[in-house]
Design a protein around this ligand. Structure first.
Ligand code: PMP
Length: 419
């Protein structure tokens, strides 16, 4: 009897991309007289009308400061802010809403952990283990801590394809390792790291793990309980939400015992000149007036993602990436950078004999937005022996036609630079 092939999950319903595109006003604009082909989603995604309207509606109807003053608007604003926190909790499947700290984004979330957790737990000679494919925002905060504490930064290697070398990572987990900080998905290469496995290895030695989810949250289902990670950071503006808002998930027990990292209003219960009693988690980490409208926008973005269908989006983006990889690799002179076993959202490439910035400039004249450079991951470029790449990165609203436009643009690049 023939063995049945079982899909990992039931097939996702197909995404109605044409309808979905109409929800994004900016996608109908032209650039240099050509229809915009926006392929810089790893840097920031565009925002659907639902997000833009939620922010406007909040500002027009409910704006006030949070923390429940007696007046109605303050209560509404507090409800909206805490409601957004609950939406983030659901999005990452945290146990409790108090495990969600609002931050400005991933960068601030990593800095929070490096400073509040790191200052207490990392001492001279201790080690912070990161990987060769981290974004600068998951490198520099740890270097700052290292320099302050006389600690060491240890880097787990990746191979030429852009896959982490897990046995090496395991070997580098030493009795001095205090924390592992790893990207869920690499922004420069698209590699999806086996985070659950990394967490398992680290936890076997009693080491907590911070996951930089900036590039995973837009593409993959995130389940912090299934991953069992200790911290998880992501940015609102990469998941169809506003800039200036993001979140840090932290296990309640860890957040509880961490000291605050910024002092000010809202993070206290009582203050005298002699002694301050700090507020409860998560407010202890949210000094000052938060980005309330941003949180509302983020909540709307997560609602939007849910109603568009995260599985359908994941399947659509998987198809786009596979299609783009096939088509771009067939263009003479184009080399794909990053061929990891599992990838999400990102196609980095070089064009032989043409600087990536020139590739980006020619594509821009065709209305095609890609990013060029080191993508805030200079060590990745150094490891691969290249100065930069061009990077096309995908979102739910991109289409195969746009990939075709990119490939035609690459043809144009070759025409211009062959002369
Ligand atoms: N980590 C990764 C993997 C990223 O791609 C980015 C954004 N490019 C960041 C962290 C930083 O995110 P933000 O600038 O939103 O803080």
């Amino acid at each position: 009897m023939k063995a049945a092939v079982r899909p990992r999950r039931p097939a996702a319903p197909a995404l109605d991309v044409a309808a979905l595109r109409r929800e994004f006003p900016i996608l109908s604009r032209k650039v240099h007289g050509k229809p915009l082909v926006y392929l810089d989603n790893a840097a920031t995604t565009q925002k659907p009308r639902a997000v833009l309207e939620a922010v406007t509606r909040f500002s027009e109807e409910e704006n006030a400061n949070v923390q429940r003053a007696v007046h109605l608007l303050s209560q509404r604003a507090t409800d909206a802010h805490e409601g957004a926190r609950e939406k983030v909790r659901r999005f990452v499947n945290a146990r409790e809403a108090r495990e969600i700290v609002f931050t400005r984004g991933t960068t601030e979330a990593v800095n929070l952990v490096a400073q509040a957790w790191g200052r207490r737990h990392v001492g001279p000679g201790d080690e912070v283990l990161i990987t060769a494919m981290e974004h600068h925002s998951n490198i520099v905060p740890w270097q700052m801590l290292r320099d302050e504490k006389g600690a060491r930064l240890v880097v787990a290697p990746m191979d030429d394809a852009g896959d982490l070398v897990l046995p090496e990572l395991e070997r580098l987990l030493s009795p001095r390792t205090r924390i592992v900080a790893v990207a869920h998905v690499s922004n420069a290469l698209g590699t999806v790291n086996r985070v659950a496995e990394i967490v398992r290895l680290a936890h076997a030695r009693g080491v907590p793990v911070l996951v930089d989810g900036a590039q995973a949250a837009p593409h993959l289902r995130v389940d912090v309980q299934a991953l069992d990670c200790d911290f998880y950071a992501f940015s609102g503006h990469k998941v169809y939400g506003p800039t200036g808002i993001g979140a840090l998930y932290g296990k309640a027990a860890l957040l509880e015992e961490m000291p605050p990292w910024q002092g000010g209003g809202d993070m206290i219960l009582s203050v005298t000149f002699e002694k301050t009693h700090y507020n409860e988690v998560p407010h202890k980490f949210e000094a000052g007036t938060p980005n309330i409208a941003g949180a509302v926008g983020l909540g709307a973005a997560l609602d939007w993602l849910g109603s568009a269908g995260r599985d359908a989006i994941e399947a659509h983006e998987r198809d786009l990436l596979a299609y783009a990889t096939d088509r771009a690799s067939a263009v003479p002179g184009v080399r794909i950078v990053g061929t990891a076993r599992e990838k999400a959202g990102v196609l980095s490439f070089t064009v032989e004999g043409v600087h990536p910035h020139d590739v980006g400039t020619v594509l821009d004249r065709e209305g095609i937005a890609v990013r060029t450079g080191h993508h805030c991951a200079q060590p990745v470029m150094e490891r691969l022996g290249i100065p930069a790449t061009a990077r096309a990165s995908f979102a739910a609203y991109n289409t195969r036609d746009e990939v075709d436009a990119l490939v035609a643009g690459l043809g144009r690049v070759r025409e211009i630079f062959r002369r």
